[in-house]
Design a protein around this ligand. Structure first.
Ligand code: KIV
Length: 258
């Protein structure tokens, strides 16, 4: 799977599937189930390290988990997160992105919009593929005062859409949109040519991502946008059910949207 394959999926109308993995065993399992994208998310701060937010995740943590995940990711596109404060200047962003690529990532992801113009442009000029992350940005949880749906009013919806368009212009290959009203998820997906991967962003995004620990029902009290797919007898079945449900447009439904 490469970025051109993702674009082809978008153009053909086939939904893109993505799950997080943080280690070699889950990577192998998801890869063998033919997931399109594996994300080494900084959500590992929550589900692996047991923290309330992702702010404590370091570059060394991301390198360690990316290396482990990359060992068994053979078919899926592997995206790795840039953790909190690892992209405060363009030069730092480039150095840390190169570390993640050397650890085995195909693409790096970081949170934020037009305020990171210099970082996006520098990575693009060095041919490092970037995934954006707009809407709810968990690394800004202290600044915004909690995990809240973003883009509910017209002004903030327009800001997110304008950010998404700017990122596409600066060469960003795909964007994760988190926790926005379904209407905005649809508008962004229809306005851009690059694939939009939603999480709590409604049924009309080009693809769906879930934190694997949420999808497997391990997380206690998950957000509304989560569905527990481990209703069959194995993690393999749950993974295949998630992939089928996204491809068939059976997940998410309005019940999982804002
Ligand atoms: O860190 C992560 O797992 C993520 C997803 C929530 C998209 O960024």
């Amino acid at each position: 799977m490469n970025i051109n394959d993702l674009k082809t999926l978008k153009q053909s109308g086939e939904k893109i599937t993505c799950l997080t993995a943080y280690d070699a065993s889950f990577a192998q399992l998801f890869d063998e189930c033919n997931i399109d994208i594996i994300l080494v998310g900084d959500s590992l701060g929550n589900v692996i390290q047991g923290d309330k937010n992702t702010l404590g995740v370091s570059m060394d943590d991301m390198i360690y988990h990316t290396q482990a995940t990359a060992k068994n990711t053979n078919k899926a596109l592997l995206i790795a997160d840039m953790p909190y404060q690892s992209y405060t200047t363009a030069a730092q962003t480039l150095a840390n992105a190169q570390r993640l690529i050397n650890a085995g990532a195909d693409m790096v992801k970081f949170e934020g919009g037009r305020e990171f113009e210099a970082c996006f442009k520098l990575l693009q000029s060095h041919n490092i593929p970037v995934c954006g992350h707009l809407g709810l940005q968990p690394q800004s949880v202290l600044k915004i005062g909690g995990y809240k749906v973003q883009g509910r009013d017209q002004h903030s919806a327009e800001r997110i859409l304008t950010d998404a368009k700017a990122l596409e212009n600066w060469g960003v290959k795909t964007i994760v949109i988190e926790c926005v009203p379904a209407k905005l998820g649809k508008q962004i997906s229809q306005s851009l040519t690059i694939p939009i991967i939603g999480i709590g962003a409604g049924v009309d995004c080009d693809g769906q991502v879930l934190v694997s620990y949420d999808m497997l029902g391990i997380t206690q009290n998950p957000p509304k946008f989560v569905k527990n797919f481990l209703t069959n007898s194995s993690i393999q079945s749950a993974t295949k059910d998630f992939i089928q449900a996204v491809k068939n447009r059976d997940f998410p439904t309005d019940k999982h949207s804002y």
